[in-house]
Design a protein around this ligand. Structure first.
Ligand code: CA
Length: 76
């Protein structure tokens, strides 16, 4: 379970980094963002689901993290 926890932390960090970098590259003017949603338009074409489901993906990762953490460190 400990390895699973590290894996989920790693995946969560990676996913958050991708979301952050999407906004960063637009703000820095490195990517074209015609519809001004702070997601490079080329990324939206390739992986629109990843950005459309952003809230759900972060929520899911959070629940998963909480679940594994609760298993590793039971309070009672
Ligand atoms: Ca865009």
């Amino acid at each position: 379970m400990g390895e699973l926890f590290v894996t989920i932390i790693f995946i969560t960090a990676l996913v958050l980094a991708v979301y952050w970098y999407a906004g960063y590259s637009v703000r820095e003017g490195r990517a074209i963002d015609e519809n001004q949603n702070f997601i490079p338009d080329t990324w939206e074409e390739k992986a629109g689901w990843f950005f459309k489901g952003r809230n759900l993906i972060i929520l899911g990762l959070g629940i998963l993290l909480g679940y594994v953490l609760g298993y590793l460190l039971p309070l009672a």
